[in-house]
Design a protein around this ligand. Sequence first.
Ligand SMILES: Nc1ncnc2c1ncn2[C@@H]1O[C@H](COP(=O)(O)OP(=O)(O)OP(=O)(O)O)[C@@H](O)[C@H]1O
Ligand SMILES: [Mg+2]
Ligand SMILES: [Mg+2]
Length: 549
Amino acid sequence: MAASCVTASELLQNIRQISLLYPNTACVIRRVSTTNSQCDSQPQPRARSSPQQLVGVVGLEVHAQINSNTKLFSSSPARFSAPPNSLVSFFDASLPGTLPVLNKQCVEAAVMTGLALNCTINKKSLFDRKHYFYADLPAGYQITQQRRPIAVDGVLSYSLLGGKTRNQVIRKRVHIKQIQLEQDSGKSLHDDARSQTLIDLNRAGVGLMELVMEPDMSCGEEAAAAVRELQLILQALGTCQGNMSEGQLRVDANVSVHRPGEPLGVRTEVKNINSARYLARAIDYEIQRQIEVLQNGGTVHNETRAYDSKSGETIPMRDKEGLQDYRFMPEPNLPPLIVYEDDASLPTGIDACQTVVVQKIKEALPELPGVKRDRLVQTYGILPEHSFTLLNEDGLVEYFEALLKATKKEPRKVIGWVTNDLLGHLKRHDMSVSQSPISAAALAELLELQEAGRISSSVAKQVFQDMWRSPGKTAPQIIQEQDLGLVSDAEHLHHICQKVLDSHPDEVHAIKNGNTKVLNKLMGLVKKATKGRADPVMVRAILQEKISR
Ligand SMILES: Nc1ncnc2c1ncn2[C@@H]1O[C@H](COP(=O)(O)OP(=O)(O)OP(=O)(O)O)[C@@H](O)[C@H]1O
Ligand SMILES: [Mg+2]
Ligand SMILES: [Mg+2]
């Protein structure tokens, strides 16, 4: 077995695990009873103008790795980037005689995800074997839920930013056909130097939720937005870490084209895309490719394709027609998976700790991203697009709310500091919110000084930059060291204003003739002369008074 580089102690551990697996032969649960422009420009499906344009149709299958310490049917740890074949039990390596024991935590995660996506939870679901032959699937089949999955008929609501300036929130929905529990496969690693393929079974048997979406989308941008929303939901629930680059969230994009009103076209399936950006590009490329094929008199084949991120193209992998016989059969070693609605429906004498109760999971659901965005908009009066920015960055909502607690400044004035100044700096330095050298409390202190009229707004921006460069230095320290306090000495300001007026007679003339906008230019000159420290309210009053004399 290429898979096993197990140490003696690991072997012992595995043997112990198998001896635990043998006696009860089955699952724990049974025992206990067990927009981009392309999108926007596309006609809506119901439009009936002729001749009709071909439009894209997209349906996604998302594989989400369940956030659990152990695998779906064995007690091996489920961890990313461990040494190859170090997390492999005999069951994961498909040794004869080993049996699956269902991980309750994975079932709870699937139920929770189903509830968050408005699915119906099947109180009884079934496991099936899906056969195919790959070196990274040692049993020759995957245990999945084909006939009766754990959750069905859900909806994922997501939003896109549209309109000319892309600040209009367009709300969309995609139907979730089902969520099924299944095993992940191992990984084939290609050693080009020695032209050989090596197998790492660490991932073999890790719990996955496959979310199958209906073909409700029409372009790459919609698909990417839906996946991003799903990622945020899974992360909020804690059921999947959702890191696409680590393969915790992998997407298969099914793409076809048709004329609105006509039956759906033949789909191709672009497999295993692990970035939202590539997903959008792969789909848009594939739609365009299929349109060109049809317009040139060709036919689209039902095939599996891969996305090549270097060329930006999709390339054929294998023909799906004729190859789709997975020889599904009921998994004989796993009984039906039973979950209960509430405590009242538990059969007498059952160990409540070993059961999955939907009601309890419902009660534990956290605030979901859509609800959180609406709350932020309603509570703080910020723009909807700002609520998207806040949620898109891990920890930014918490930062914003901590900041608001510590300052009297209006939320609508604070939001720009968070989404422009702070986020801009973080992005430029490729840092996360938790790595920010300026804490929410430190920024609040700066904003309070501005609010109290101790510094001007332009000085506040300058102090922010200095705080970023000198972590730990407070706003008052910087203001004191550099003497940046607001100049509100009337005599001093009168003197500077007079100098500016004397040297700009044309502007004074223009203002006197009613062109009041020119006053801003003069104010700018005073600001420059005082290095941004002049009290703008006083400067405006002094200039107006002097001009009107
Ligand atoms: N004509 C179509 N155009 C675009 N997408 C489609 C079309 N027909 C079906 N789909 C999408 O294809 C996907 C089918 O997924 P499903 O898991 O049911 O089957 P599969 O792809 O054959 O199986 P596997 O899990 O082995 O990939 C769904 O996401 C569905 O929305
Ligand atoms: Mg599928
Ligand atoms: Mg598929």
